[in-house]
Design a protein around this ligand. Structure first.
Ligand SMILES: *Cc1c(COP(=O)(O)O)cnc(C)c1O
Length: 348
């Protein structure tokens, strides 16, 4: 019995189209668990969106994407000499951020396609301004596809920083006008287009595209079992005793799905805890809030999640759902492995 991702197909599709239309030159990003949808599905959707390029996180993900998508596949993690799984087909675009890597790639046959990454205030990967100028002299054995900036996800404006980075690109005299940017707002991209009209700006977007319309998505777990307990009854891997009468509800979804413990309920200080013990609340029994909603309320874990299922405690009086019913579960899509995805409507 599964943990299911439900997608309102027609509305999700309309959202994807709208994001594409609002971001000319968009490069969809798919990586990891495919933002909860899976890499193959997102590669297929990217093809349907009509884009010429998509981006994956790692070389291991190239095959899944390229199987469903005919265009270019940009690998976001920079190429390294130890990267034994790197694919070198014409569809693959390598990200390069160090001179020694550029030299090594330039020594390969078939002129690998490369994007030169300029280090930003993120300080994750990329060339310094001087490094970029030096890289411009090492392009003999590669095909330069563009440069890239990966900005931090910050509330403030990136424009001052990006203007400085663009100046570095111009100063390097690179034979390309294409710049891939990550985590710029649409207004920022528009402003940069006005400032740098000769350049082709390509926004790389994952979360805002795939997960930007949360109300078209729902995660639900299936009720697998329900056991009435009296206060003092023993249950669970840890042989705990029920602090009150109620129901132990077993639902699908555990650590293997990425279901984790939520923060403890209420305040975490000793004083808070003492107050809760005095009130005799269930969380005083050490129960921790779960991401599962039953009867409109987030319920407590009866014990930490198991590998594929979770045990919840429903106090007496709370209506217990039946075996086979589904309950809502709050998930982080980027860390959740669903058992199945159900897309409604023909357009899904
Ligand atoms: C993951 C990633 C993105 C996409 O990030 P979202 O926040 O999901 O839009 C863009 N650029 C780089 C370099 C990334 O690693």
């Amino acid at each position: 019995m599964p943990l299911t991702l439900y997608v309102d197909g027609p509305r999700w599709s309309r959202h994807l189209d709208a994001v594409r239309d609002a971001h000319p030159g968009i490069v969809p990003v798919l990586k990891g668990n495919g933002y909860g949808f899976g890499l193959e599905r997102l590669a297929e959707r990217s093809a349907e969106l009509g884009v010429d390029t998509l981006a994956v996180g790692r070389y291991e993900e190239v095959a899944a994407a390229a199987g469903r998508f005919d265009g270019s596949v940009l690998v976001l993690t920079p190429w390294r000499p130890f990267e034994t799984r790197a694919a070198y087909g014409d569809h693959v675009v390598h990200t390069v951020g160090r001179l020694e890597d550029l030299r090594a790639l330039a020594g390969r046959e078939h002129r690998p396609r490369v994007v030169l990454e300029r280090l930003t205030s993120m300080r994750r990967h990329g060339f310094s301004a001087a490094g970029l100028r030096e890289a411009a002299g090492l392009l003999g054995g590669v095909t330069l596809d563009g440069v890239a900036f990966h900005l931090p996800i910050s509330a403030g404006s990136h424009l001052t920083e990006v203007d400085r980075l663009m100046t570095d690109v111009v100063a390097a005299g690179l034979p390309t006008r294409r710049v891939y940017v990550s985590h710029l707002g649409p207004g920022e991209v528009e402003a940069l287009r006005r400032t740098w009209p000769d350049y082709e700006l390509r926004p790389r977007i994952g979360t805002g595209l795939w997960l930007g319309a949360r109300d078209t998505l729902a995660a639900r777990a299936t009720v697998l079992d329900a056991h009435a307990v009296e206060r003092g009854d023993v249950y669970g891997y840890r042989s705990r005793t029920a602090p009150a009468a109620g129901t132990i509800l077993v639902v699908s979804g555990g650590t293997a799905h990425g279901i984790g413990l939520e923060a403890p309920t209420g305040g975490a200080t000793l004083r808070d805890r003492a107050a809760r013990v005095a009130k005799g609340g269930l969380d005083a029994a050490g129960f921790v809030r779960s991401p599962f909603t039953v009867g409109g309320k987030l319920r407590l874990f009866a014990e930490p999640p198991h590998m594929q299922a979770s045990m919840l405690f429903l106090p007496a009086g709370a209506p217990a759902p039946r075996v086979g019913d589904e309950v809502d579960v709050r998930v982080r899509f980027t860390t959740t492995t669903f058992d199945q995805t159900v897309v409604s409507g023909a357009a899904g």
